[in-house]
Design a protein around this ligand. Structure first.
Ligand code: IPM
Ligand code: MN
Length: 364
């Protein structure tokens, strides 16, 4: 029996998590998935309940879990709190606490949604990129950091971008391994023309490449990469990059697929324990309306099945049910074309469950 911790979080989080729970229950009842589900607070809801965005009770459950499924955190209600109490601080804290250094963010253009891409169809047809983002280092966590008053009496904010060789090596290995299972092309993205940390990053990734002679490694500066992602995104197979560049480039890549509401992510460490969450935020503007797109949440659950539970065939079943539902026209408001009907969060979750039930019935 594996333990899965569910963190519905804030904003649209509880609505999209409810659809993931439907799928989990279906898999428990109809596919023999042996998992125990538990719940905890993270983010703004945790601040409201206990004053902290990553409270001790959540930490204890997260440390004991085989996998964590998170919806999303944050919202205007908590924006003016001190940094230690911000919902985002809770998210960064759970990533660091669990040691989840490898963030996988696949961006894949589905044929049925090619009209929704921000780029012309001929540039993105068949697009399939995997961004491997370093998640527990870099400028997000570097010390010293702060806001202080300088000698001239002016306030000054500062952060530190720091990467050690071992941090770069381990994320590079994850990316090379992923490339091995795909088209065997890896592009490492940095800013080595300006930053020493990037110079070390590039040297270190190049050294790891010696262990992967079957993978073609290239390097690209981040400003050029941002341009190439919209000029000719299909040149990329796997991308590996640091925490901040990966954050920015993954949002950019989401627009190639049509909506950030479609992108899942997996945050992993070496033993397979992981936290799985959509790339998107908590969308407070549409929270409570039942109109949120649950597909990224469901695809994140598929990544959980694959990476933490080694249930590849169930992961595939869920991904396929998502594709089928989208092909049948079950689109949320963020991905409808002019004149098309937008379906509610629950109607989409139900459609995915029907697809899965039908596929399970066919397979017995
Ligand atoms: C993401 C988010 C987070 C990040 C925020 C909410 C802290 O933007 O997962 O991409 O910057 O990592
Ligand atoms: Mn982000």
């Amino acid at each position: 029996m594996k333990n899965i911790l569910l963190l519905p979080g804030d904003g649209i989080g509880p609505e999209i998590m409810a659809e993931a729970e439907k799928v989990l229950h279906l898999l428990q009842e109809q596919a023999g998935l042996a998992v125990a589900l538990d719940y905890a607070d993270l983010g703004g809801c945790a601040v409201d309940a206990s004053g902290e965005p990553y409270p001790e009770a959540t930490r204890a459950k997260a440390r004991a879990a085989d996998a964590v499924l998170l919806a999303c955190v944050g919202g205007p209600k908590w924006d003016n709190l001190p940094r230690a109490q911000r919902p985002e601080t809770g998210l960064l804290a759970i990533r660091a606490d669990l040691g989840l250094f490898a963030n996988l963010r696949p961006a894949h253009v589905m044929d049925a949604l090619i009209d929704r891409s921000a780029l012309k169809a001929e540039r993105v047809r068949g697009l399939d990129i995997l961004i491997v983002r370093e998640l527990t280092g870099g400028i997000y966590f570097g010390q010293p950091r702060g806001i202080e008053t300088n000698a001239a009496g002016e306030r000054e904010g500062y952060n530190t971008l720091r990467y050690s060789e071992s941090e770069v090596r381990r994320i590079a290995r994850v990316a090379f391994e992923a490339a091995r299972g795909r088209q065997k092309r890896l592009c490492s993205i940095d800013k080595m023309n300006v930053l020493e940390s990037s110079q070390l990053w590039r040297e270190t990734v190049a050294a790891v490449a010696a262990d992967y002679p079957d993978v073609a490694l290239t390097h690209m500066l981040v400003d050029n990469a941002a341009m190439q992602l919209v000029r000719d995104p299909r040149q990329f197979d796997v991308i590996v990059t640091g925490n901040l560049f990966g954050d920015i480039l993954s949002d950019e890549a989401s627009m190639l697929t049509g909506s950030i509401g479609l992108l899942p992510s997996a945050s992993l460490r070496d033993d397979g324990v992981g936290l799985f969450e959509p790339v998107h935020g908590s969308a407070p503007d549409i929270a409570g309306q039942g109109s949120a797109n649950p597909y990224a949440m469901l695809l994140s659950l598929a990544m959980l099945l694959r990476h933490s539970l080694q249930e590849e065939s169930l992961a595939w079943l869920l991904e396929n049910a998502v594709k089928e539902s989208i092909s049948q026209g079950y689109r949320s408001a963020d991905i409808v074309a002019d004149g098309q009907q937008a379906y509610s969060t629950t109607a989409i979750g139900d459609a995915v469950c029907r697809e899965m039930e039908a596929a399970l019935a066919r397979s017995v």
